[in-house]
Design a binder for this molecule. Structure first.
Ligand SMILES: *Cc1c(COP(=O)(O)O)cnc(C)c1O
Ligand SMILES: [Zn+2]
Length: 412
């Protein structure tokens, strides 16, 4: 007996469609022509039968865990961890200053391994479980790896994680504590990426790589459904998204695109891709016909990417839905990180703080419309990279613990 899958894949670049029972990763036609120093073409988009799903209300879709819009068969395949459904906070003032529009903070560091990546790992892991695959490999700048490691731990699966040796120690620690196999490579994230693909080809390990496995986009889109509900069944006006490989931003677009296709929203929100000027390979190339690589150098390790793996899809989304892109300096990212923590009680890692830095940039240039609703997507916890913010703080020298001494130092 054969079952027809409820979704199919469509190539972002040539438009060919594929049956997911036959093709798991990239469009074979486009992938054949890919070369090492250019962003790959052939990332697949997951397409559902929107006309029939349209018959249901949002609430009925939600009551089934959005299973109709996910590439898995059963919600029970998901890990028994609280993934997604993260809080959305309203920020009235920044440093006691009113802002023109409303600012909303979506805190995805609240996921089990403290980053947005859990949304993707959960779907990939559930899919693997349904296919009775037990070993999953990923290349990672740190968070995708710590996420996959944690999700595999919850699912009794084996995670194999390849990272550049320079990844922040907290992320490496997580990977080991979750019991995954850690393979640091003497090289960059791009080197780790290539090695993991070879491992998949030659050793058969299921591959979670971002911009390679199309299911990561489907996992990452779920934030759109949450925002839609949290904002009272409407989309925000703007969303600031930190961008490295361009998968999170494509996920956010894909989620809202699903809602558009279901007739639940009428207009795509304006999505702002935020990068570091030290790693701006998407923002800088948007209006170029040829991709020109610049070597990355930024404190924001999670968005430090030379060849963005999902460049073409991200560019496609940004251009077809009138998105925007900016790059900000590393010192602006650090200042944004401090400002965010101090004003909200939410401590974000540099890549995530970049999104807030993007918003501050818009605010400074009066680009937040009056009455507009602006979401900042915070993708990872500040505890993941303490070293990055060391120059922002100074831990005071200890004092002798008596009250007179205290009064002398803190006299007001
Ligand atoms: C992975 C990651 C990003 C960037 O996502 P891409 O899909 O690579 O664009 C941003 N912030 C954090 C914290 C991340 O872990
Ligand atoms: Zn193709």
């Amino acid at each position: 007996m054969t079952t027809t899958p409820k979704f199919q894949y469509k190539c972002n670049d040539c438009g060919a469609t594929y049956n997911p029972l036959e093709i798991q990763y990239m469009c074979p036609e486009c992938n054949k022509k890919n070369t090492a120093n250019q962003p790959p073409k052939g990332v697949l988009k997951t397409i559902y039968d929107y006309e029939s799903i349209k018959q249901q209300t949002f609430d009925s879709l939600k009551s089934r865990g959005f299973l109709d819009l996910l590439p898995i068969k059963n919600s029970e395949s998901l890990p028994n961890l609280a993934i997604g459904q993260t809080p959305l906070y309203t920020l009235d003032k920044i440093d006691n200053e009113e802002t023109e529009g409303t600012i909303l903070i979506k805190d995805d560091a609240q996921n089990p391994t403290f980053s947005y990546k859990d949304r993707a790992s959960a779907i990939v892991s559930a899919y693997a479980k349904e296919q009775e695959i037990n070993t999953i490999v990923t290349a990672s700048t740190g968070n995708a790896g710590s996420s996959l490691a944690g999700i595999c731990a919850a699912q009794g699966q084996q995670g194999i994680i390849m990272v550049p040796a320079s990844a922040p120690v907290a992320k490496l620690t997580q990977i080991l504590m979750y019991g995954a196999t850690l393979i640091p490579v003497d090289g960059t994230y791009d080197d780790a990426f290539d090695l993991s693909i070879k491992a998949t080809e030659e050793l058969g390990w299921y591959n979670r790589n971002t911009g390679f496995n199309p299911l990561t986009i489907e996992g990452k889109k779920t934030v759109a459904f949450e925002l839609y509900e949290q904002m009272g069944y409407q989309a925000p006006d703007r969303i600031f998204v930190p961008v490295g490989d361009g998968v999170i931003i494509s996920g956010v677009y894909k989620g809202f695109e699903d809602l558009l296709k279901l007739g639940l929203i009428e207009k795509m929100p304006t999505i702002v891709a935020v990068q570091s000027t030290g790693s701006d390979n998407i923002a800088r190339n948007l209006s170029n016909s040829e991709f020109v690589v610049k070597q990355s150098n930024t404190i924001a390790d999670s968005i430090s990417v030379d060849i963005p793996r999902n460049y073409h899809m991200a560019k496609n989304f940004i251009t077809s839905y009138n998105g925007e892109a900016i790059a900000i300096e590393d010192n602006e990212i650090l200042e944004a990180s401090y400002k965010l923590s101090k004003n909200t009680g939410v401590f974000a890692e540099p890549a995530a703080a970049a999104a807030f830095g993007g918003l501050l940039h818009y605010k400074k240039h009066s680009k937040l419309d009056k009455g507009s609703k602006n979401v900042v997507l915070l993708t990872g916890s500040g505890l993941k990279d303490l070293k990055a913010v060391q120059k922002m703080i100074q831990i005071p020298a200890p004092i002798m613990p008596n009250i007179d001494n205290l009064k002398k130092i803190y006299h007001d």
